[in-house]
Design a protein around this ligand. Sequence first.
Ligand code: ADP
Ligand code: MG
Length: 378
Amino acid sequence: MRSGDRTPDDPWHFPRPELADAYLQAFELKLSAARGLFARRRMGKTEFLRQDLIPAALDRGYLTAYTNLWDRRTSPEIALVSALNEALEPKGAAAVLSRLRAPVKKLKAGAKLPGGIEGTLEAELGKAGADRTSALHEVLKQLDGAKKTLLLVIDEAQVLARADHGDFAHALRAALDIRKDRIKVIFAGSSETTLRAMFARASEPFYNWAPLEPFPLLGDEFVAYSIRLLNSMARNKLTLEQGLRAFEALHRTPEFFKRFIERYMLYQTQGDTAALVHTKASVFSDEHSLQQWQEIKASDRAILYLIARGEPDLHAAATLEKLGAMLGKPATRNTAAHALRRLMADNVVTRLSMGDYRIEDEAFAEWIRRRPAPSVSD
Ligand SMILES: Nc1ncnc2c1ncn2[C@@H]1O[C@H](COP(=O)(O)OP(=O)(O)O)[C@@H](O)[C@H]1O
Ligand SMILES: [Mg+2]
């Protein structure tokens, strides 16, 4: 069975079997054993990886392991080892656990397996002093015994770029490098800057490991698919043009478009314009933006405001003057540089090229555009 023939659990999921095949094919042609892909948040990376790529890999006979490091920012090592462990047969997983618990004792062949091992590897690794690097080696050793190729998907992989995970990241790279033939890795991430730094800096563990490419975004075909499905259920049909108009107005963001569709379904008689107005208001003005805004420093807010408004040169004298006016005190090139450094470290802002910055979260950017300039009294 091919993934494209599956009856999806979620009828609203627009399947992308060709894209999934393209990634797997590149692995099978041995063009590369690792790929890095990036796109902004809410563009459909995770949904593609979980609902298209992994099922397609399973259909082709791969073992698969998936982990989203953003959910596990504080312990990406545990998340990774656990994900790999889940790809193992129960027997292999049990062996890993006993090795960790009794590192000196040799596990006898055919020894009785400890009962109730579910979830306990995570608990074991969470203990203070647990050696996660040796756990990684144990799990990979078990995987060496499996005949199948493994697809390891690391979502929001930029978390690994943080310096405090450096040793583990080096170990991971080395361990996966010698298994290139049998372990294929997909790195996905929302922050292009951090991913680029991971793969492009000679001092980084992932230097030159994976080519980094933009993730192909969902476009008009996704809209057409959603509109067709909507029309099969709705009393008041929408035209493709109406759908495309909404998609554009929502900055071609699949997540927001889905919210528009949902709103329209529930309030069809109010029409598509009303549904669009409602969707824009709810996604571009949510409380989350306000909270995020209030949590950052005044100078960072002012810089964000300038970026959101498309200020061309953040270090120009005229811009620094605007910055100073917002802050109520003179701003220097350092003020701007420090704010930018903080915003990039927190993945709020990405540098596209020299001097060209972008706010990662389009909803946040739009929210900022809609508010008045920050001022001293804020
Ligand atoms: N292939 C798809 N078909 C239908 N809806 C999608 C698809 N991909 C993404 N979406 C919508 O966009 C939302 C965000 O997608 P997600 O994969 O979580 O984005 P990302 O991982 O890039 O932040 C999903 O929850 C879903 O509503
Ligand atoms: Mg995601």
